[in-house]
Write a protein of this length. Structure first.
Length: 183
């Protein structure tokens, strides 16, 4: 898999620093509150696993599976909830959506509104990567906790995939365009 990577964009060391920083911010911001980390499957599972080990306050976890990509490299713009969150205690919970990457912003904008409408006390977003250059101007979305802002390149690793491959890479790398027919 390493041969398909054009270059490393975020190293293992930098990912460790990102998770340590965001875990500290969450621990401070949610002290005395009931925090639920909501992992968006599948890409965010690695980030959430690393993050939750570093949070110093009690934390609950849950999962949703939401898709807008299929097997392509660009969002379809249509959000499909594959696995929903079913809880009766949402009015008592502060949710932080754990995301791997924010691109157009459609999925997270939709999901944030959806969870607020379901009754969550608060909903915020933590992401490893943010690509604001790809944000749809019609979407007013800024993550609350951001690991790193990156340029508009197709990246894989640390949970991020292309056609279900490359998730297990311990770093985030730029996928060679020859692999996906890009550029």
């Amino acid at each position: 898999m390493n041969k398909d990577i054009e270059r490393i964009l975020v190293s293992e060391k930098e990912l460790d620093e990102i998770t340590t920083r965001i875990a500290g911010e969450l621990s401070r911001d949610y002290e005395g509150k009931r925090l639920l980390l909501l992992c968006i499957l599948k890409g965010s599972v690695v980030f959430m696993g690393d993050l939750m080990k570093k949070i110093s306050i009690p934390v609950e976890i849950d999962f949703m599976k939401v898709s807008s990509y299929g097997s392509g490299t660009k969002s379809t713009g249509s959000v499909n909830i594959v696995l929903d969150l079913y809880r009766n205690d949402l009015p008592d919970i502060d949710i932080v959506i754990i995301e791997d990457i924010i691109d157009s912003g459609h999925t997270l904008s939709y999901l944030t509104t959806y969870l607020k409408n379901k009754g969550a006390r608060s909903v915020r977003i933590a992401t490893v990567l943010d690509k604001p250059s790809r944000r749809d101007p019609a979407v007013n979305l800024t993550p609350d906790y951001t690991g790193k802002v990156i340029p508009d390149e197709f990246v894989v690793g640390y949970g991020l995939d292309y056609d279900e491959k490359y998730r297990a890479l311990p770093y985030i790398g730029v996928l060679s365009p020859e692999v996906y027919g890009g550029r």
